[in-house]
Design a protein around this ligand. Structure first.
Ligand code: SME
Length: 169
């Protein structure tokens, strides 16, 4: 199978409509979640050139290591493309933690105006976070950051939600 991505110019919707079948082909027959999250991150980063594209996954919190207690969960950094990022985010914290808590996509036109935004990179200006939902529970999030203000809208929400649905979680 050819692994090259066809990058196109066009409206945002046209670009997503070209990319989505390619992402479906990349994920076809591959059950490994980490492999698929890696390829989605790379495909989005390559096509759109955003600052940061990647996933955080809900996992046991670091405080629960070595204890028998029912662990508090956190978002833990998963496959991504872009600058190094913070590794753990608690529920309700930052844009990612808020999208987790609300189980809903969050569009942030200006990260400086989002209370509690976690600045992994000082270059980030706007952000969109899409939850990954399995059996009604959030199991992770897709996080995308851009260097310009107001880069994400309902078109991104629609197509990024379509892309995470390809995962068949
Ligand atoms: N800005 C995010 C943190 C993750 S980084 O952007 C990669 C937030 O506020 O949740």
């Amino acid at each position: 199978m050819a692994e090259d991505l066809t990058i196109i110019q066009g409206s945002k919707a046209e670009v997503y409509q070209s990319l989505i079948p390619q992402i479906k082909a990349l994920l076809e027959g591959e059950p490994d979640l980490v492999a698929n999250l890696g390829n989605i991150s790379a495909a989005l980063k390559e096509q759109f050139g955003w600052l940061w594209v990647g996933f955080y996954l809900v996992k046991p919190g670091s405080k629960s290591f070595g204890t028998a207690q029912d662990a508090e969960t956190e978002l833990v950094l998963g496959p991504f493309q872009g600058p190094v990022a913070c590794t753990r985010i608690k529920k309700g914290r930052g844009v990612c933690g808020a999208a987790w808590q609300n189980a809903a996509t969050l569009i942030v036109p200006d990260v400086e105006k989002f209370p509690g935004h976690i600045a992994c990179s000082s270059l980030s200006r706007s952000e969109i976070v899409v939850p990954l939902i399995k059996n009604g529970e959030v199991i992770g999030v897709l996080d995308v950051d851009a260097t310009e203000l107001d880069q994400f809208d309902e078109t991104d929400k629609k197509y990024l939600e379509e892309i995470v649905a390809i995962l068949h979680l």
